[in-house]
Design a binder for this molecule. Sequence first.
Ligand code: PNW
Length: 464
Amino acid sequence: ICLKLSEGWTAMKNEFVWGVSSSAFQIEGATSEGGRGLSTWDVYTRTPGKILNGDTADIACDHYHRYREDVKLMAELGVTGYRFSIAWPRIVPDGVGAPNPAGIAFYSDLIDTLLEYGIQPYPTLYHWDLPVINQFVADGWLSRQTAEAFARYAGICFEAFGDRVRHWITLNESWCSAVIGYGLGAFPPGRRDSEQPYLAAHNLLLAHAMAARTFREGGFDGQIGIANNCDWREPLTGAEADRQAAERALQFFYGWFTDPLVFGEYPEMMREKLGCRLPEFTSDERKFVAGSVDFLGLNHYTTLYASAEPPAVGCDIGPNGNGGMIADQDVFLSVDPAWVQTDMVWSIVPWGLRKMLNWVGERYPGIPVYVTENGCSCPEPDVESALNDTMRQEYLKAYTASCLAARDEDGVDVRGYFCWTLLDNFEWTSGYARHFGLVRCTPSDLTRIRKGGFRTYRDIIAAN
Ligand code: PNW
């Protein structure tokens, strides 16, 4: 019996998915090839002053032409899963009209190539590249029309790739779409508003739920989930007020975008605090919004302290801190000055991932979780520094250990870990000045160069 049990346990452990994550806009390039339509990010990157050094994603990693080489790199790494995103403007160039066969063919070939190498595809349907028409005609995520157009586009993907894809992710980091896009004004459409993030979030949630309904009613084989981001919030002190502040911060971050999809309602605390400023789901909507995820994704990078009162030190933590609509949560965020930071100015706090996974496991029992992004950007001005990426190597060892501790010691149902990311790429408003890759490449030298972290991650995967 013991032998059988241990065999069963080994089989379960072996099912753990080790993967890498990426997104279309950040790696593909070829922005005007293959019938691709324009996205809001194309327009934004071409607007002077928006992106560091005026970088654009027109070449990026040229993955559109080099995807076979990139899949080979993944095979060498030993991953069993690849989370990539499908560019909506490649599949439906004008957002709402006829599908584009060349776009469908590109992702179809990518999926076939992955399967040839025994790598399972985990496509994300929306990683921020909204077709411009949905922005300019429908006012983007402020309109329900965009959610409806998204569900239609999702249906086209299910039809085209559903015979080979078993795990679908609808939206990437809706918190960023809503808060950075409509609250802080740093992502398209660049709004700085205290109310729009709540409406954008509401339509994003409806978009997910409508797509999930299309998926389930279509009778496709497989599972559908979402990738929500959340950094850990640790109470600054043992005081009850700080514990509550940390809990509030987590509900305003992960709970905001997950509670409705599990329970059909925003977190009670948010409803109480925001009152009529928070949109409501109708009772009909609640029926298909609740229970619309088969699994949860967690994109996690860092940790901050949370407190009810301003802390004495370390309160200046940048645009994700206090202020704007973020003030609604009534929480002060700070860092421990002793924490080492990456060049995103994100602190390296590996135990935060374990606590975060426990929080997710407790709040949403019975739903499997995947770490859909986790990784580290290091200062790498040249090839030599990329080869000696000690910070990334240590980050990956510590964060994967923390992830596995949540599973093995705490019993959280964590099914996989996806490192962000395979290739150095277009890091949104930071252009090419940030380096998250296990492999170095730049638009001016597209040669793929394996970094030290590539070998570290390969060894972690080999040791399972
Ligand atoms: C995520 N923030 O972005 C995205 O899913 C990736 O596309 C991105 O490359 C990766 O993390 C690294 O940045 C984020 O300001 C962008 O809190 C900004 C924030 C968080 C995540």
